[in-house]
Design a protein around this ligand. Structure first.
Ligand SMILES: Cc1ncc(COP(=O)(O)O)c(C=O)c1O
Length: 318
């Protein structure tokens, strides 16, 4: 892993260390006041053996935005990019072939030792970059997802939804586990006040012939890099791409004949087969993973894996 620390108002040089337990004060800000954020993105091994990281600049920008919202020291973008490249360099041999990838996980957390700092930001912080091989997300086949539509709970405070911080995942955990137990669903689609937002770890799309609809950017949900990439690919192939606020009723009407899918780094795009709302089950389209969902996913995967030209300049050789 790569490790850098922020002290006395500046980031020190990073070091590469074996991935191992780290020492932290029991009074560290993060352990009490959750001053932490992270990122997740992938590097891909192409058929010629070269390794390419996907939209690292966007992930670094999002991490800096998360740090700003949490009043944590912002990582220096060049330093963080250098840390990621150094980690990939150290584990080149461990980068699996497609459809596997090397998953990169930068984390930032406040280390200032002060248990009386509920309303005082951390002035010391650590930035780590971890890496781990990941294999085929759909190894067991592409199964349509069952999703509970939840208009009662929220997965984050409205101003922190766009921040990739542990607290948001903690907020989604209870409702998601309860929904799994009660309705045997894969995920919960959070729709506070009836407005469709996102699931605990992915953005939400409605798709039908020539059209894509997803929520417009605001502070309430994570601005997925995959979401952005799929919208661009949709525009490239002439889809009418609509970003806007839509409610559960509109989603259920769309689902009668259209497709629904979840987007994120892990799966790229995963089709939804069933929505459960107000104790009733609604089949999405045929109930299977839709052809447009599969086609959009295949387009993005082909670019990531070097099988289609990277016309948007999303990949960087490492
Ligand atoms: C809450 C949440 N929404 C959306 C996403 C999708 O973001 P991205 O496409 O950048 O991976 C993620 C992460 O994968 C997430 O944790």
């Amino acid at each position: 892993m790569a490790v850098a620390t922020f002290q006395a108002g500046r980031w020190g040089d990073y070091e590469i260390k074996p991935t191992a337990p780290i020492e932290i004060s029991p009074a560290a800000h993060v352990l009490h006041y959750a001053s932490t954020c992270f990122e997740g993105f992938k590097a891909f091994r192409w058929k010629d053996g070269s390794i390419h990281v996907f939209r690292m600049d966007r992930h670094i920008a999002r991490m800096r935005q998360s740090a700003r919202q949490l009043v944590l020291p912002e990582p220096d973008p060049e330093q963080l990019a250098g840390m990621v490249r150094a980690v990939i360099g150290r584990c080149r041999d461990a980068v699996p072939e497609a459809p596997g990838a090397l998953y990169l996980r930068p984390i930032l957390f406040g280390t200032t030792a002060n248990i009386g700092a509920a309303a005082t930001p951390a002035v010391e912080a650590s930035l780590l970059v971890l890496a781990s091989p990941v294999w085929d997300y759909f190894a067991g086949g592409m199964k349509p997802l069952r999703i509970l539509v939840d208009d009662q709970n929220t997965r984050s405070a409205a101003h922190l939804g766009m921040v990739k911080t542990g607290g948001n995942y903690a907020a989604a955990m209870g409702p998601t586990l309860a929904a799994r137990a009660q309705y045997q669903v894969d995920q919960v689609l959070f729709c506070p006040g009836g407005e469709v937002q996102e699931t605990g770890a992915a953005n939400f799309f409605l798709i039908r012939d020539g059209e894509m609809l997803t929520r417009s950017l605001d502070t309430t949900f994570l601005h997925g890099v995959t979401r952005d990439s799929l919208l661009m690919l949709g525009r490239d192939i002439g889809f009418q791409v609509v970003e806007g606020v839509f409610d559960v009723a509109r989603m259920l009407a769309w689902a009668e004949t259209g497709e629904a899918a979840l987007s994120g780094t892990a799966a790229v795009l995963a089709g939804v087969g069933t929505l459960i709302y107000d104790k009733k089950e609604y089949r999405v389209g045929s109930g299977e993973v839709g052809p447009l969902t599969q086609a959009l996913r295949a387009r993005l995967v082909a670019i990531q894996q070097g099988d289609s030209p990277d016309v948007h300049g999303w990949l960087q050789a490492v």
